[in-house]
Design a protein around this ligand. Structure first.
Ligand SMILES: [Zn+2]
Length: 171
């Protein structure tokens, strides 16, 4: 068997801009602010002798772009955050935190994510799960490992691994 080969789509080619906040009382990031996020993905597996690919870049980029498009130019709201109550009110979302209507935002401007906090770590975990699912259900077989990195500022990011070859401490 050939040794595994790694292919990557680097952070330079996959980016989105979004607003967020953290429910950490008194922390500077509790205030609404934004980042120009960048996403990098590395995929490890065997080269398919028929195609010469580990994973087709076109498929890889399509899967990732479909995942980050709903986040782009939106407010990222952590739907699983126990300190946040999110109420749908017509075309708006009303967020109760430290009191009612802490934030009211037009629904199309928001992206509800199934995470407890919108930290780089948990965004990477969310995207890692989704990228792995998207690739494996999208017909990209034989992958050992996918590594997804989310950078919220230059030089400041988090990475996760998914798949059977993922290192256990990062799963
Ligand atoms: Zn931030």
């Amino acid at each position: 068997m050939n040794s595994p080969t790694e292919v990557s789509v680097t952070k330079e080619s996959l980016a989105f801009s979004a607003a967020h906040f953290l429910t950490l009382p008194g922390h500077v990031c509790e205030r609404l602010h934004g980042h120009n996020y960048r996403v990098g993905v590395r995929v490890e597996g065997q080269v398919d002798p028929a195609t010469g690919f580990v994973a087709d870049f076109a498929v890889l980029k399509q899967v990732i772009r479909a995942l980050i498009e709903p986040l782009d130019h939106r407010l990222l709201i952590p739907a699983d955050n126990p300190d946040l109550r999110i109420r749908e009110d017509g075309d708006h979302l009303r967020l109760d935190y430290r009191g009612p209507d802490w934030l009211v935002i037009p629904r199309p401007h928001a992206c509800l994510l199934p995470v407890r906090h919108t930290t780089a770590e948990l965004l990477a975990a969310y995207l890692g799960d989704q990228v792995w699912a998207g690739l494996t259900t999208g017909g990209v077989g034989g992958l050992q490992r996918v590594i997804v990195e989310v950078e919220e500022s230059p030089g400041q990011g988090a990475a996760v691994e998914r798949g059977p070859g993922a290192r256990p401490f990062m799963s």
